[in-house]
Design a protein around this ligand. Structure first.
Ligand code: SAH
Ligand code: SF4
Length: 395
């Protein structure tokens, strides 16, 4: 095993995670890893000897059957169900609204504690269905082509709020198993991508715990190969992602020189292309995954030349990779334009000829602003526009 990459500088995050438990009031069982659930059950009076079995039972009810009510947990004695109800809740964030695109994409506006809102997007495809989930409200990073990056307010989502997005989507898709029904192998929600709002590696523990729950075989049971985490390049957390989550990795590469990447993905000033590539090289082996996805947003006259394509191929030499070309999705006031189709195809061709898969991501849900980089919740939009109005008045 390669030694974990040590941080070259402390990771600064002006974000905070709200405590999982309010000082008073019942504990939410959603979002607790098995060990933590066990501890909580014991603290509430479950005999230690029974605790493991109780975790197994409750876990299955919550994550396999999608049950939210202790009374429905019929293999638990009534007094024990009452003890649970006195001490715990099974609580999810709330879907405030749902929009359905003409292409079937569903965008959920999800309200979390404190009145904040995040967006979750479900993308149906022929052979699978992908849920794009958020890990933070807004983002502390400021990639110049990303709508989320213009949103000011930020806090980390809790594990319950992250895995809760998966559970809410399963509710909406009607996908919890029915007792006695044959096991359905084709799932509507078969894949997760951490490509919604926020930088997942700036909320490492929250994302890790939520994904561990989603992968647990007694519950939602999604294979780690069906979960892809996208990072802008938080280098010190990459080896840890391999070791502690083990999911597939996508990286927002987007440029082939530090000069351009500094502008597009400003975190590059902290960890440049060379440092990023070094961390990526060990990822497939550490995580036992086949390859890394390099995301590359196609911006007209900024990063889309043949020269860029050739440089890209050279840079990633030796890394098992696929390059996902993302036509830029415009948003109100965005400072860039999408490269032409011809340009994107010419770029893809150079990469393909060098031996890499180079799929062009079809924008989904554009009519409801659900495409990559368009997410930004309505309350935050309103918040900002009120601030802008105030500034105008003062000016
Ligand atoms: N913060 C993480 C994950 C969320 S963004 C990250 O940056 O990787 C998911 C992907 O969409 C990233 O590759 C991001 O760079 C890309 N993206 C952001 N804004 C976009 C836009 N306007 N058009 C196309 N892709 C965009
Ligand atoms: Fe944040 Fe990712 Fe958007 Fe950059 S692209 S601002 S890291 S959400």
């Amino acid at each position: 095993m390669t030694a974990p990459v040590t941080p070259t500088a402390p990771i600064t995050q002006d974000v905070h995670t709200i405590p999982r438990k309010a000082p008073e009031g019942p504990t939410n069982l959603v979002g607790l890893r098995r060990e933590a659930m066990r501890d909580a059950l014991i603290a509430a009076g479950t005999p230690e000897k029974q605790a493991k079995m109780r975790v197994n039972q409750i876990w299955q009810w919550i994550y396999h059957w999608g049950v939210r009510d202790f009374d429905a947990m019929t293999n638990l004695a009534k007094p024990y169900r009452e003890l649970l109800a006195r001490n715990f809740v099974i609580s999810l964030p709330e879907i405030v609204s749902k929009q359905v695109s003409s292409d079937g994409t569903r965008k959920y506006l999800v309200r979390i504690a404190g009145g904040h809102e995040v967006e979750t997007v479900y993308i149906p495809e022929e052979d699978r269905g992908t849920l794009c989930i958020s890990s933070q409200v807004g983002c502390t990073l400021t990639c110049s082509f990303c709508h989320t990056g213009t949103q000011k307010l930020v806090r980390n989502l809790t594990p319950a709020e992250i895995v809760g997005q998966v559970m809410l989507a399963r509710d909406d898709l009607g996908e919890w198993p029915q007792p006695g029904a044959p096991k359905d192998e084709t799932r509507l929600l078969s894949n997760i991508v951490l490509m919604g709002m926020g930088e997942p590696l700036y909320n490492f523990e929250g994302v890790r715990d939520a994904m561990k729950i989603a992968m647990d075989g007694e519950g939602i049971a999604l294979s780690r190969r069906r979960i892809t985490l996208s990072t802008s390049g938080v280098v010190p957390e990459i080896a840890r992602t391999a070791e502690e989550i083990g999911c597939m990795l996508a990286v927002s590469f987007h440029a082939t020189t530090d000069e351009v990447r500094d502008k597009l993905v400003p975190i590059n000033k902290k960890w440049n292309i060379e440092k990023l590539l070094e961390a990526l090289k060990s990822y497939p082996k550490l995580s036992n995954s086949e390859r890394i996805t390099f995301e590359y947003v196609m911006l007209k006259d900024v990063n889309d030349s043949d020269e860029d394509a050739r440089r890209l191929v050279k840079l990633i030499e030796g890394i098992p990779a696929k390059i996902n070309l993302i036509p830029f999705n415009e948003w109100p006031g965005s400072p860039y334009q999408r490269s032409s189709n011809n340009r994107i195809h010419a770029f893809a061709d150079i990469i393909y000829k060098a031996g890499y898969a180079s799929p062009i991501r079809t924008p989904r849900g554009e009519d409801i602003m659900a495409a990559c980089g368009q997410l930004k919740s309505a309350t935050e939009r309103a918040r900002k526009s009120r601030a802008e109005i105030a500034a105008e008045v003062q000016g």
